[in-house]
Design a protein around this ligand. Sequence first.
Ligand code: AMP
Length: 281
Amino acid sequence: MLICRTIAEIKDFVRTARGAGQTVGLVPTMGYFHAGHLALMEEAGKTCDVVVVSLYVNPMQFGPREDLAQYPRDFERDCAMAREAGVDAIFVPTDEEMYPQGFATYVEVTGLTDRLCGQSRPGHFRGVATVVTKLLNIVTPDRAFFGRKDAQQALVIQRLVKDLNMDQEVVILPTVREEDGLAMSSRNVYLTAEQRRDALVLYRSLRAFRETVQRGERDAGKLRGMIYDLIAAVPGARPDYVEVLGLPELQPIEILQGGVIAAVAVRFGNTRLIDNVIMEV
Ligand code: AMP
């Protein structure tokens, strides 16, 4: 596995692969790999000749009081896992490489970013959209792979690729969970044993949402209230948002019909976790 620290190096690698007629898959990440990342890498390997993983903790998508400095990092471990997953090249740029002196261009997806994480993390999706646009322009993959765990992010990226007429196929893969249902996340390492147990309420409340919809409930307000109450009943859990919205625009709804998403963000101590379920009603 090639380790590329500069844009010139990764461009050179991709140019050579293309020259040999190979298709290229890109998996953008912030590292500290878990089975969710590996599932994206494996799918990329199945559908593309060459797999590139980017590992970059993008400061632009963190707010001033967020966990940028604490974000978990272990480059040696990540390299071993990526190599094991069959990744061909890992792109690990520095901040100077990504945002050199004078950098002044930003990508902003409007509308979709008004709610959920866009509301509770101002500027977050501007950072995500800008870095993903840069990564897609640098690597120019045939396909780029993202996880459904970050459902709003996936919608934002699909939107920007369409709006900016980019050629990439955006592939969204299902959320990978621990055996007990907790969505895999690099941030799970922050949790104490007690918080780790409390955090199970995310998936428990979303499963209750799914089952209640399956039994025929269609009132978005009632369903939202049910999820909220289940979360608020856990003393260590502080809900940031609980929303039931329509897809594909994340539009507010009163009655569930067509594509819907239940999305939650909950704090356990200083750790903020997100999860969601998507249904077709
Ligand atoms: P991150 O390193 O957290 O920025 O995530 C990199 C990519 O992996 C993003 O597309 C995430 O949506 C995806 N991802 C993170 N956690 C999971 C998970 N539990 N299941 C599936 N994909 C995930």
